[in-house]
Design a protein around this ligand. Structure first.
Ligand code: ADP
Ligand code: ADP
Ligand code: ZN
Ligand code: ZN
Length: 751
């Protein structure tokens, strides 16, 4: 059997390791968070596979692709082209949706061009993104942006007093000067006194000639009204292509309404008139996928047989993977990371490629145990087509389907980076590693559920698929919200609950800290104290000398540690700063020490090591909080931008541990966590409740459910067939409920 052979892998914490990975199998990488799974799977194997592919492209193609950094290793052989399915939400443009992402839309257009009646034309006549197909009024967007004139004008003011509120027309801006210089307007008259004709001119003028006079000279210029100008400048462009600050301005001044010509269908009248079994292509996009499949099955057409086969197979794959509640028109940007990953996975199955390398990051995220089983069967199918599957996972149900397991450890950070076990699931459960130990072990269940009397009330909840439900969420206890994917958990908590109780604090997995210069030391604030200690110990120095953001910065890289080289038409290349060797400091600063360590040495300490090194109680107190949330393996100077989503969530949690009287909302806090860390998360949540906080958690982990005080189960299914309150009560009571998938799986687990 052929193996992928990796020699001398040293990326991040990897200990110069050699690894052999079997091909044409499902290979799962396990291990503590921070043990080095991502460093091996994503940063080494995937990056090298992408780089090898990249090298086969023409210079032109390469100039349009992003650059892949060379990872740190000696050699890797027997790789194949890689398809990376990440957990990240897909941003995409506003026109990307489930239909385009899954490629079903392309086949649907073909179908209508072949068998739709009355016949219209080629398949691009059914595309809102082509000139042939788009609704001419809205340009295929389905919506129209109207500038709210009362929003951009203060009618009581004159032009000179700043009557135009839209930022580009500020007093003394170029656009403002042009208006004044046309000579068409009285710049001292309040706008409410303008005649209709003057208003028309000011707002809607379109290329009206005037003489711009600069001193003696005059030259011809064109005048465009305010609305005309804003329309051309921004509103005609794809909203997502504008900068964030522009988007903010636009949303402030613009009202978006549904296009009255196509009613949001985005297509030309002719395309919408073309039907199959009384439905046009837009109406199909609105159907839930399960209904769409039924629709396809009812079409009888020999001419379109192969197209229908593709449509049925692809739609069925999406349903099998548990997203049958979605519709083709659902915008990609509104999908959760897990949903987007599954849509892409289903697309791959439709493509019937072989000998590919599929790499997945925790496909279980966002999935109820019922849904995990669906994903497992899809992955097996992908393997049976002759592909190799590598995935990083913590969920025992997915570890179980592995043909081969690579367990990383023994611990995290500098104490990890080695392969501690390789073999089958059976062998793993007998292995003397953390994963081996925990895979058979059940986390204790809660016996005493906290009683409650006060509660938050949600009445008539109707967001997305919610069926006008009333829900009581007890306060000051640990509440877990459960249900299959798409049942309505997020709609209930993130939409309904948060709109009524906006003071609740959401602790999510988004990046911590905005600056690329932030790290655990700056984030916790210990860096200030550390610098003061350095200044105290070293006479004639100031604390600011020990900052890479201030006096101490290497002047060559300005304290970044690297230099960005701009190349025309290519992404800038990052190179290590030669002057400071990447350590960010001026050489002078490294003369000064604290107990034999320079400031650079201190930033290289892990939190655990720093707790042994320092004696200052203020510093210790702050660092211990990071240790408490299981992040003791992070280095003080490690950029926060390198943390995973789960790690970011725990950093934020650390910041809340000593507060009281708050409402906390956490979405899948077990993401990225090894089984052995789940106990730790439960302890943390308990600690928050004991401090007098209310904790609401959306979770699929049966261990978390077993340890909640109260469970709210939404379902029974996803999408239209969900959105109802199935159960509320203690975990014990839930197990007696016959209508709930959650009850069924919790029973199975606990029996
Ligand atoms: P896992 O995927 O098992 O959670 P990672 O491979 O992400 O672990 O991380 C392994 C170790 O390398 C951790 O200590 C992590 O903090 C560290 N690390 C990850 N990325 C970087 C980076 N860009 N710079 C420095 N250290 C990093
Ligand atoms: P859960 O959190 O239980 O996985 P959600 O509350 O995210 O479920 O979704 C419930 C239903 O609402 C699903 O059918 C989902 O597709 C739909 N939905 C969620 N967000 C949106 C949105 N932004 N636009 C349209 N439908 C949505
Ligand atoms: Zn339209
Ligand atoms: Zn430098």
């Amino acid at each position: 059997m052929k193996h992928i052979e990796i020699k001398g892998a040293r990326q991040n914490n990897l200990k110069n390791i050699d690894v052999e990975i079997p091909r044409n199998q499902i290979v799962v990488f396990t291990g503590l968070s921070g043990s080095g799974k991502s460093s091996l799977v994503f940063e080494t194997i995937t990056a090298e596979a992408q780089r090898q592919l990249y090298d086969t492209f023409s210079t032109f193609a390469r100039s349009r692709l992003s650059k892949y950094d060379q990872a740190d290793y000696d050699s890797i052989i027997n790789l194949s082209p890689v398809i990376l399915l990440e957990q990240k939400r897909i941003v995409g443009n506003s026109r990307s949706n489930v239909g385009t992402l899954s490629e079903i839309s392309a086949f649907l257009k073909l179908l209508y061009s072949r068998v739709g009646l009355p016949a219209v034309g080629m398949s691009n006549h059914f595309s809102p993104n082509s000139v042939e197909g788009m609704c001419p009024k809205c340009g295929g967007a389905g919506t129209i942006n109207n500038l709210d004139i009362n929003g951009i004008i203060d009618w009581n003011k004159s032009l000179k007093q700043g009557a135009i509120l839209f930022p580009d027309f500020k007093v003394n801006s170029l656009a403002w000067k042009i208006i004044i210089n046309t000579g068409f307007f009285d710049a001292d008259k309040p706008l409410k006194e303008y005649t209709d004709k003057e208003k028309e001119m000011l707002f809607y003028a379109d290329g009206i000639k005037f003489k711009l006079s600069e001193g003696e000279q005059g030259f011809d210029a064109n005048f465009n009204g305010i609305v005309t100008k804003i329309n051309r400048g921004f509103l005609k462009k794809d909203f997502n292509s504008l900068s964030k600050s522009r988007q903010k301005i636009i949303t402030q001044f613009v009202k978006t309404t549904t296009c009255t010509d196509c009613n949001g269908a985005r297509l030309k009248k002719e395309a919408l008139a073309c039907k199959i079994n009384q439905k046009n292509i837009h109406e199909l996009g609105e159907l839930q996928l399960t209904e769409l499949l039924e629709f396809f099955r009812e079409i009888k057409s020999e001419e379109a047989e192969t197209i229908l086969e593709q449509l049925i197979k692809r739609t069925d794959n999406l349903i099998k993977i548990g997203v049958g509640y979605l519709s083709l028109s659902r915008a990609t940007g509104t999908l959760s990371g897990g949903e987007a990953q599954r849509v892409q996975l289903a697309k791959q199955l439709g493509n019937s490629l072989t000998e590919m390398l599929y790499v997945l990051d925790e496909p279980s995220v966002g999935l109820h145990p019922r849904d995990v089983a669906l994903v497992a069967s899809l992955l097996k199918e992908l393997r049976n087509q002759g592909n190799t599957i590598l995935m990083v996972e913590h969920d025992p149900d997915l570890i179980k389907i592995a043909d081969h397991i690579v367990d990383m450890g023994p611990h995290a950070g500098s104490k990890g980076g080695e392969v501690v076990f390789q073999g089958s699931f059976k062998e793993l459960s007998r292995a003397n590693t953390l994963t081996g130990k925990y895979i058979n072990q059940k986390i204790p269940v809660k016996k005493n559920f906290r009683p409650w009397k006060d509660f938050f009330e949600i009445k008539n909840a109707t967001a997305n698929n919610l069926k006008n439900i009333d829900v009581k969420i007890p306060s000051n206890i640990f509440v877990c919200v459960t249900g299959v994917a798409g049942s309505g958990k997020s709609s209930l908590i993130h939409k309904e609950f948060l709109s009524k109780y906006s003071e609740a604090i959401v602790i999510d997995q988004s990046p911590v800290g905005k600056s690329i210069r932030s790290n655990p030391a700056t984030y916790t604030g210990v860096f200030d104290q550390v610098r003061e200690l350095f200044a105290e110990k070293n006479s004639n120095t100031k604390a600011s000398l020990f900052s890479f953001n201030a006096d101490g910065a290497c002047e060559n890289c300005k304290g970044l540690g690297y230099i960005l080289m701009d190349l025309a038409f290519m992404d800038p290349i990052k190179t290590n700063c030669e002057k400071c060797n990447g350590n960010r400091y001026d050489k002078e600063v490294l003369k000064y020490k604290l107990n034999n360590k320079t400031i650079v040495d201190v930033l290289e300490l892990t939190v655990n090591q720093a707790i042994d090194f320092f004696t200052d109680s203020k510093i210790l107190k702050k660092l211990k909080v990071l240790q408490e949330v299981g992040l003791g393996y992070l280095q003080l100077g490690q950029p926060l931008s390198t943390l995973s989503g789960g790690e970011c969530q725990r950093v934020k949690l650390a910041g809340e541990l000593h507060k009281e009287g708050n409402i906390y909302i956490l979405d899948e806090p077990t993401t990225g966590l090894h089984l052995s860390d789940i106990t730790k998360i439960i302890e943390l949540l308990e600690k928050l409740v004991n401090k007098g906080n209310s904790v609401i958690v959306i979770e699929h982990s049966l261990d978390i459910m077993n340890n909640a005080d109260w469970i709210i189960d939404i379902g029974p299914e996803g999408g239209k067939n969900g959105g109802e309150l199935i159960f509320e009560g203690t975990p014990n009571q839930l197990q007696k409920n016959n209508n709930s998938y959650t009850a069924k799986f919790l029973n199975l687990y606990n029996s």
